[in-house]
Design a binder for this molecule. Structure first.
Ligand SMILES: [Zn+2]
Length: 83
């Protein structure tokens, strides 16, 4: 008998939920720590997501969490207020 492995994974800071601006499809994607995802295809409608101007990767533009380097930079900046 073989049982499926229990879901014991816990890496919240590396999993970002991307939301497609075209069809609204949302899905979790694991972020690579050694590279930025500049292009990513939506599994819902197949549209190619690209970062918005000023963002380094699709996670920064469409993800629930920005990429790890940006997370660290934002924590260091600790700059309140918009802008
Ligand atoms: Zn889509």
């Amino acid at each position: 008998m073989s049982e499926p492995a229990p879901d014991g994974r816990s890496a919240p800071s590396l999993t970002s939920v991307l939301t497609c601006p075209h069809c609204g499809h949302a899905w979790a994607e694991t972020m690579p720590t050694d590279a930025c995802l500049f292009f990513h295809d939506c599994p819902g409608c197949g549209a190619r997501l690209r970062p918005k101007p000023g963002d380094c990767c699709v996670f920064c533009s469409f993800g629930s969490l920005p990429c790890p380097p940006v997370q660290a930079a934002r924590l260091r900046a600790a700059d309140p207020g918009p802008g």
